[in-house]
Design a protein around this ligand. Structure first.
Ligand code: SF4
Length: 138
């Protein structure tokens, strides 16, 4: 699966109830300073054009159904990437009655990128390592 996406990965970003700081750093990667597209990785507007989801936020109950439907709309094979402490385990919202405390409570997660929020370099590092695009010694 990763061999298939190694040179071209399209991701649909889903904000599942976070504070928006993770989204801000994800968006930074698309700016001219980082130019994520040169690595063959792009954000797309529709899950039907995507190879996977990039999810932020602890998955609020209000966003749970939307996240599931978005996941279902992505064709197989597909990947799920949890970005930020909220998406990994709920972060500062963990165990609140209105959240699911992380993406893997409802979807299979292939990659966890830590931080609150993660630095853009951390996100880029995670994506490139997932795709075996970095030397394992670095
Ligand atoms: S991990 Fe931190 S920065 Fe990201 S959405 Fe949660 S609270 Fe905000």
């Amino acid at each position: 699966m990763l061999k298939m996406f190694g040179r071209s990965l399209k991701l649909r970003q889903v904000s599942a109830g976070g504070c928006n700081a993770c989204e801000a750093d994800i968006n930074v990667l698309g700016t001219i300073g980082w130019d994520l597209g040169r690595f063959g990785i792009q954000y797309v507007a529709s899950p039907r054009h995507a190879d996977g989801l990039l999810v932020t936020g602890p998955v609020s109950k209000n966003m749970e159904l939307a996240l599931k439907k978005t996941y279902d709309a992505v064709s197989e094979p597909k990947i799920v990437i949890a970005v930020g402490a909220c998406a990994i385990s709920g972060g500062p919202f963990a165990n609140h009655e209105q959240v699911r405390s992380g993406v893997d409570a409802i979807l299979p997660v292939d990659l966890y990128i830590p931080g609150c929020p993660p630095h853009p370099l951390t996100i880029l590092d995670g994506l490139l390592r997932l795709l075996n695009r970095l030397d394992k010694q670095t």
